[in-house]
Design a protein around this ligand. Sequence first.
Ligand SMILES: [Mg+2]
Length: 122
Amino acid sequence: MLMEFMCRKIAKVDEKEVFVSRTVTSWVSDCHMVARDKGFWDKKRNVGEMLMLIVSELGEAIEAHRKGNFGLGQKDTFEDELADTAIRLFDLCGGFGIDLEKQMEWKINFNKSREQRHGKAY
Ligand SMILES: [Mg+2]
């Protein structure tokens, strides 16, 4: 469901709302441009700090889940914190020129070739 949420955007065509497919690359670009516009890149970024900010969004996600805060189109819900996580990750990739879509395509194909649970207990 998260990937579907991330990869589609509602647009208006002839007064009707339609889903438009978006690429990971377009999300990376959009997330990075918004972050730049909001001043997050006015100073040199620290990769470690950025990674920990992504982790902090996952921490917010587990707290929202523990509180039973769910829902799309609302702030501070489980879904909202997962979106924050993706937005920060995409911004990082945009800022450092990482072709996340290309790497994801490579990795999912690699994962298809791996054994069950990648040879681990879970
Ligand atoms: Mg958040």
